[in-house]
Design a protein around this ligand. Structure first.
Ligand SMILES: [Zn+2]
Length: 270
């Protein structure tokens, strides 16, 4: 709420005149900065999907998300903060992309990698395995030696076979990373017991080649599509309980991991 108020204040530079016309008032509310919103149809469709899952409480919150309200005299939009709400997901995605841009642009060396793991039926298991593998690989001497920091945006894609393909796009502030060693470690860490399946740690691209596209790349890796599937986009039997699993598992999960030089620059530095 505080952020919203500040944003409104910064944008307009003054408090709202109580003598405004209704028309300009609503235009101002509609154009509040930094607050992407979905249209009402999208909210209604998602709310119906939640109703169908017996999640009436969440459905109501999504239905009323974005309604106009006042906070300390400033017009704001309410936020339901439910992960699968189209408006709230868009806000999280754009906030994360902003962080990626602000951090990565200051990296001494920027290199992007794609991290995968074997597809799994259980989203929670898959997510936990992924996070543990990432934490372990970050502790390796070969990794720590070369990496000053990084950002990692995690995605939860559901394959047509009904298995979750948890993966991440990682941008490292790294110099001389021994990729062969790290890759071997990652494969071992993500191997599924009793199978030949393992994930991979691959070179993806070098964002420094064209920093003009950094924002686009950041928006791409932080996109909400996989953890907030667009409403009315759950067509096959394999994806029927997709929403239910996302709702149960993704609550409170950090979609963006940042450490070292990838952490948010301090207030005084921005
Ligand atoms: Zn919402």
């Amino acid at each position: 709420m505080e952020t919203v108020t500040n944003a409104a204040q910064d944008h307009h530079g003054e408090s709202f005149d109580p003598g405004f016309s209704t028309h300009s008032f609503f235009r101002r509310v509609k154009n509040l900065p930094d607050m992407p919103t979905a249209n009402d149809d999208q909210h209604e469709t998602r709310a119906k999907e939640l109703d169908a899952l017996g999640k009436g409480k969440q459905a109501l919150r999504v239905r009323t998300c974005g309604s106009r309200a006042f906070f300390k005299g400033y017009p704001v939009r309410s936020e339901c903060k439910i992960r699968v709400c189209p408006s709230c997901a868009a806000r999280v995605a754009s906030k994360n992309a902003e962080h990626v841009v602000n951090a990565v642009i200051l990296f001494a060396n920027q290199v992007a990698y794609l991290l995968t793991m074997p597809p799994m039926r259980n989203l929670e298991d898959s997510w936990d395995r992924f996070r543990q593998a990432l934490a372990k690989v970050r502790r390796l001497a070969a990794f720590r030696r070369a990496v000053a920091g990084g950002v990692s945006a995690i995605e939860t894609r559901l394959g047509a076979d009904g298995k979750w393909q948890v993966h991440a796009h990682l941008i490292l502030d790294a110099d001389g990373l021994d990729l062969a060693t790290i890759r071997a470690a990652w494969r071992k860490l993500t191997a599924l017991p009793g199978t030949n399946w393992h994930g991979d740690f691959q070179f993806h691209r070098d964002p420094k080649v064209d920093l003009r596209y950094l924002r686009k790349f950041a928006e791409y890796i932080c996109k909400a599509d996989t953890w907030c599937p667009p409403p009315a986009n759950l067509p096959t039997p394999a994806t029927q309980n997709r929403l239910e699993q996302l709702l149960a598992v993704m609550r409170g999960k950090h979609l963006l991991i940042a450490w070292g030089t990838g952490r948010k620059p301090k207030e005084s530095e921005t």
